[in-house]
Design a protein around this ligand. Structure first.
Ligand SMILES: [Zn+2]
Length: 414
């Protein structure tokens, strides 16, 4: 583990670089809260609201800053103390073959990461979100949510990890096989998740008959978007923040709306927000996004196949030999900066898709006004940053900042 090992230097630069980039983006973003509010946004962000936003965002940045710092310290500490070698040696004493040993290593490290993030998640939910009036999660729900996620990770994640480790242990064409396997797996999950996974966490109930339901079916019919069912989801059990989403494919398509959206928005706004969601579907955004992520996955797996063959890579983390399971975990550290670069592309595309879906919605309902009103209300109610810093937007925003969306909507000719 010396500076003469290029893998060691690359991994150290990756870890420290990503940490400081996030730190800088968080700081610059908070600084932008002092920027004068342009006329278009003045109505949504009066001074009283700005004060709340400043406090809310500063509190949130404190939690993520502490979390990043503790994670970095833990990683450097384990690395420095030769912890990766110790975990590997301990896992080997159970006497299983290399594949099962690799899965044990992955499980132990993932569990440690999850446990380390729990206090921050609790601080965010019961400290920050509660202080600013968003949290509705009880301690019981928080605990059961975490137990359920851990159980799902074990039931679904461990077998997947086992297959991947097996490929890389025994197959020369492992990157290709893993790519095909993960592509098939993600297609399968898009079908299974809405039906079997989401109901584990959320309760879906059919929407009551009435004006809103009629308006939704009328819109779907007008836009030639067959819908089987409209459900309401009990988002209010966790947060007062509103949301909407679609689930299902083809003939079994169903629309699911958060109950919080129904409580805080007018019928016209809800219909416009749904038209936006239908726009994503009509503009084929899902297959485009999926293709991009498959290309990214291909690049990542090719790199992984190359890295796992290098004993120097393992030596950089104090390991002897080339244990595959541990290699998968350590590759994640090295891949972070590249992941950010491919993430930039994905997020940029996602923001473009949002503009397209907004334009579609304005044309679909015959006016940009209801969507403008709906977006203004969401930004105001969620205490969103009125003018986030470009660095923050590039790194994290899947949706364009509110000002850009409103400006684009004003320019749409209906
Ligand atoms: Zn959207």
């Amino acid at each position: 583990m010396t500076l003469s090992n290029p893998w060691f230097v690359a991994a150290l630069i990756a870890v420290l670089g990503v940490f400081h980039l996030e730190l800088a983006s968080r700081f610059l973003n908070l600084m932008r809260l002092g920027k004068p509010i342009p006329g278009r946004l003045a109505e949504i962000f009066p001074e009283g609201t700005m004060e709340k936003i400043r406090e809310y965002l500063a509190d949130g940045a404190k939690v993520s800053g502490f979390q990043d710092g503790v994670s970095l310290a833990a990683l450097i500490g384990v690395w420095w103390a030769g912890g990766f070698g110790m975990i590997q040696a301990k896992a080997e004493t159970f006497g299983f073959g290399p594949v099962t040993t690799g899965v044990i290593v992955i499980a132990v490290i993932m569990l440690a990461q999850t446990l380390l993030s729990l206090p921050f998640s609790a601080w965010d939910t019961f400290g920050v979100e509660a202080k600013h009036g968003f949290n509705r999660t009880t301690v019981g729900t928080f605990i059961s949510d975490n137990i359920k996620s851990l159980a799902l990770m074990a039931i679904i994640g461990l077998p997947v990890a086992w297959v991947i480790v097996w490929f890389f242990q025994y197959q020369p064409l492992a990157p290709l096989y893993t790519w095909l396997f993960l592509a098939a797996f993600s297609v399968l999950m898009t079908f299974l998740a809405p039906r079997f996974l989401m109901p584990i966490f959320l309760k879906f109930s059919p929407m009551e008959d009435g004006e809103l339901k009629e308006a939704i079916f009328a819109l779907a019919k007008k836009l030639d978007f067959p819908v089987m069912e409209v459900s309401v989801v009990d988002g209010s059990r966790r947060s007062s923040k509103a949301n909407a989403f679609f689930a299902g494919f083809g003939k079994t398509r169903r629309i699911a709306l958060f109950d919080t959206l129904l409580q805080s928005h007018t019928k016209e706004e809800i219909v416009a927000i749904l038209a936006h969601e239908i726009g994503h579907n009509k503009c084929r955004h899902v297959p485009v996004t999926m293709t991009l992520s498959l290309v990214e996955m291909g690049v990542m797996l090719a790199l992984l196949g190359w890295v796992l063959k290098s004993p120097d890579f393992f030596a950089a983390f104090g390991l002897q030999g080339t244990p595959v399971g541990m290699g998968l975990v350590l590759f994640g550290i090295l891949y972070q900066p590249l992941g950010i670069v491919t993430g930039l592309l994905g997020l940029w595309m996602s923001r473009r898709h949002e503009f397209q879906a907004d334009a579609y919605a304005a044309k679909a309902v015959g006016s940009a006004q209801p969507l403008v009103q709906g977006l203004k209300r969401l930004s105001h109610d969620h205490l969103s940053h009125p003018q986030p810093h470009p660095l923050k937007v590039w790194l994290h925003y899947s949706h364009p900042p509110i000002g850009e969306r409103l400006a684009a909507l004003e320019a749409v000719r209906v």
